[in-house]
Design a protein around this ligand. Structure first.
Ligand code: BGC
Length: 832
């Protein structure tokens, strides 16, 4: 039990001690001062699982569905349970602090990290994240809400100033954070890399002191994003407590100088240290052991929960009498996402999953027989990773990885580290080994046997240098001529390819010689390099049109067809935004032609954010399956075959094309800034206001049963608006419906306002024919207000407000009920 008397400790600490507490000691730990009873605290990503202390060769973990999938459950109880499981996962790894949830907004489908955040609506994101935080913190582990604030794009994320009106800041971007503070008191906040209106978030007094600590009366620790602190004096004065990671770039001696020269007063340092000590105290109460071992908790209960969350997040977008599929029919599975488990997006959210289930395996389980399969089209951005295609050792596909101090060719060199790697995406930012210096080498070696004669592509991405040899012959040289790309947080090269003819059943020796970061011939404009990185991929060369024709022919010969497509962690990843909203490769053509060939075709779309769907009108069934975590294939198969009746609702609008997206003109850093020109009109707030047709609206999601709402009554008591109504399962199957509460000002307000806004939701599971009374409540001040820039306060204007309970943001006759309440007198408020 850690018991720190904060004020007494502050009296005893030297300036050196205090300064040391204000930054990390390595990538994932804070400074311990054992002589004062202050332990070191361990932090770990977040937001869809707990990776632990290593990017490279990390200890396996439970992978939860991505943020947009969590949002699509619209189920606060379930998210709280998910949070609790995340807390338990953290404790198994002796982690005190989870770096999540992420609640930035999806301004554009192109945002590289859109998949991480919960959704485009501040209430969905705020209430969803608050539920996760309550769950996490019920285990004693602390949650870190991130990234505060207006970090909606990856393009030049460290230098961009987001230019945002005060109203949009408050009503859209800061509101989810405000709701999380109100409903769950998260232990920590992480500042965003970017700046807001001219001041970096990590040194923004208005954000950290005026809004967060004074207006919202939040108590907790503010940390920087990793290498997202850009000043010594400004940041510490503005309220940023902890610089991460360590060793520090801006604190340490620099901060000491700032104090001794009087640029920062000692009481400012004390304020920061006070927060760190209070936080350490809270973290230590979790019971996580200081620098404890990283274990796992891969239990059947975890698997069941992940499958349930996966089930509840999947959205049935369209179904013209195709779904659910039946197990006795002749089934064909097509698509680039069928035989890989697309379980997570990329970047710091990614982790090493306990296990994964591919959609193909999930479907095969249901059928009890082996379905026909063909790939149909390639959609990869980088070649599929080679590790899982290599011959196994001890039953595990992969390659051996041997680390040396000496360069290849040095006589009698001996490895100083040896591992067997299935994952050949190797990010060495946090790799440490006492037996090596900065400059070192590694050989990655294994045996490849291909199933078909043909041409094969091999690819290397590296931060450092790498050469790939097949049977000792050099095939890919990514050492001599290097070009910078966007992989590995912007520190890696583009993928360099080599092509070779391989014969079926022959054994090929594949070897990659790697040199660590100091051998890199390029100087990337990023600080998160560590020892470097390496990615090795391989796949057979295909004739794209012939593959489509093969798939079409097979589709004609089968009774039902499942196309598994979408994106993956290379396309949707931290550190780069996408350049297009179109699906990659010839996937659109494949879907259109297969759907034309077989009317019993269903598309399973695995993306974190929306894509254009030019084939939608002629494709009878589509499900949105996101990145579904370990159980992704099982969750998908459950929905396809009706073992789970779909209940997910879109956590963001699915526009028809990129040009329709309100941020279309402004989603990029130019001249050091990104203008949030669409203001408060993000997502459905814009599409409704501008009457722009979308493929699928926010909140949309079908079921295999039907529901009806009725008998609505609205009451306002003690400043709370309550909507009471009946929900009826009018179909013949058990299922769950999400009642969504939208508030709509009836007469024009002083300022322009969105047509209506989500203010609450409730998910109800009902037997066939069952009817239940449901109540959704929201504080009147949140239900009715807009942010009044003239007074810098929220304004609740007198007038009538419609309360709409609906199954989607698109209101359809028979699928919604309406009530009304009146605010007699205009008033203003601040705080939470
Ligand atoms: C990300 C954070 C993450 C941190 C640590 C940063 O690049 O922006 O979200 O928590 O790295 O991995």
């Amino acid at each position: 039990m850690v018991d720190i008397n904060i004020e007494e400790t502050l009296q005893r600490l030297s300036l050196d001690d205090k300064v040391a507490l204000l930054s990390g000691v390595d990538f994932w730990h804070t400074k311990a001062l054992p002589e004062y009873g202050v332990p070191s605290i361990r932090l770990s990503d977040g937001p869809n699982g707990i990776r632990g202390t290593r990017f490279f060769n990390s200890v396996p973990a439970a992978c939860f569905p991505c943020g947009t999938a969590l949002g699509a459950t619209f189920n606060q109880e379930l998210l709280q349970e998910a949070g609790r499981k995340m807390g338990e996962e953290a404790l198994a790894k002796n982690v005190h602090v989870i770096l999540g949830p992420t609640i930035n907004m999806q301004r554009s489908p192109l945002g590289g990290r859109g998949f991480e955040s919960i959704g485009e609506d501040p209430f969905l994101a705020g209430l969803g994240a608050a539920a996760l935080v309550r769950g996490i913190q019920s285990t004693g582990v602390q949650a870190t809400i991130k990234h505060f604030v207006c970090n909606e794009q990856e393009h030049k994320r460290n230098s961009v100033q987001s230019i945002v009106t005060e109203r949009a800041l408050r009503e859209i971007y800061a509101l989810p954070f405000q709701l999380v503070v109100r409903d769950s008191q998260p232990g920590a906040f992480m500042t965003a890399y970017n700046g807001l209106n001219g001041t970096f978030c990590s040194e923004n007094r208005k954000l950290m002191e005026d809004i967060l600590r004074k207006e919202w009366a939040w108590k907790g620790l503010v940390m920087s994003d990793w290498c997202g602190l850009y000043s010594t004096v400004e940041a510490v004065k503005a309220g940023l407590d902890l610089e991460m990671p360590g060793p520090p770039a801006f604190r340490g001696n620099l901060l000491k100088f700032a104090v001794t020269s009087g640029k920062v007063w000692p009481h400012i340092i004390d304020n920061r240290v006070r927060e760190v000590l209070a936080f350490v105290q809270r973290c230590a109460a979790s019971g996580a052991k200081e620098n404890g071992p990283e274990g796992t908790k891969n239990t059947p209960e975890t698997a069941a929960l992940l499958r349930k969350i996966g089930n509840e997040g999947i959205v049935l977008l369209k179904n013209e009498a195709v779904l659910p599929l039946v197990t006795h029919k002749k089934t064909l599975v097509i698509g680039p996402n069928a035989k890989v488990a697309t379980y997570s997006g990329g970047g710091s959210a990614s982790l090493n999953p306990y296990y994964t289930v591919t959609p193909y395996d999930g479907i095969r389980q249901k059928l009890g027989s082996i379905p026909a399969y063909t790939i149909g089209a390639y959609t990869h951005k980088m070649l599929p990773l080679i590790g899982s295609q290599m011959l196994p050792r001890d039953g595990k596909a992969g390659m051996s990885w041997k680390v040396y101090n000496e360069a290849p060719g040095t006589a009698s060199r001996r490895p100083v580290d040896e591992l067997w790697l299935t994952n050949t995406e190797i990010y060495l930012a946090d790799y440490t080994n006492p037996r090596i210096g900065d400059l070192w080498y590694a050989d990655l070696e294994g045996t490849l046997v291909v199933e078909e004669d043909g041409l094969y592509d091999f690819g290397l991405v590296v931060c450092g240098t790498a050469k790939l040899f097949i049977n000792e012959e050099l095939l890919v040289d990514n050492a001599t001529q290097q070009t910078l790309g966007d992989a590995f947080f912007g520190a890696g090269t583009i993928e360099v390819h080599g092509r070779i003819n391989l014969q079926k059943a022959e054994r090929y020796r594949v070897k990659v010689e790697f040199g660590s970061a100091p051998t890199f011939t390029l100087k990337p404009n990023t600080v998160m390099v560590g020892s470097g990185s390496l990615r090795v991929g391989c796949c057979q060369v295909i004739d794209a049109q012939q593959e489509i024709q093969k798939a079409v022919q097979l589709a004609r010969e089968h009774e039902q067809v499942i196309i598994c497509g979408g994106l993956n962690a290379d396309w949707e990843s931290e550190s780069s935004d996408r350049s297009s909203m179109k699906l990659p490769g010839l996937l659109d053509q494949l879907i259109a032609e297969v759907a034309a060939a077989n009317p019993k075709t269903v598309v399973v779309m695995q993306t974190g954010t929306p894509e254009e769907m030019p084939w939608l009108d002629t494709t009878p069934a589509v499900i949105q399956a996101w990145y579904g975590g370990n159980e992704t294939g099982n969750s998908i198969a459950d929905v396809l075959f009706g073992d789970y009746n779909p209940s997910g609702k879109l956590s963001l609008s699915f526009p028809k094309r990129l040009q329709d997206v309100p941020s279309f003109l402004n989603f990029r850093t130019e001249a050091g800034r990104t203008l949030y020109g669409e203001d408060i009109y993000l997502g459905y707030r814009y599409y409704e206001f501008a009457e722009t047709e979308v493929n699928f609206p926010f909140g949309h999601g079908l079921s295999y049963t039907t529901f009806a709402f009725s008998d609505i009554a609205i009451q306002v008591t003690e400043e709370t608006v309550s909507a009471t109504f009946q929900i009826h399962n009018t179909g013949s199957l058990r299922g769950a419906e999400v009642a969504q509460m939208y508030i709509q000002p009836v007469r024009p307000a002083k300022v322009k306002r969105p047509i209506k806004e989500l203010k609450g939701f409730s998910k109800v599971e009902l037997e066939a024919g069952e009817c239940r009374e449901v109540v959704i409540q929201v504080a009147e001040k949140y239900a009715a207000s807009y942010f009044d820039e003239e007074r810098n306060q929220w304004c609740v204007e007198a007038g009538d407000y419609k309360v709409v309970i609906s199954d989607s943001s698109a209101i359809t006759e028979g699928k919604a009920v309406e009530g009304c309440f009146r605010v007699e007198k205009t008033y203003w408020w601040s705080g939470i």
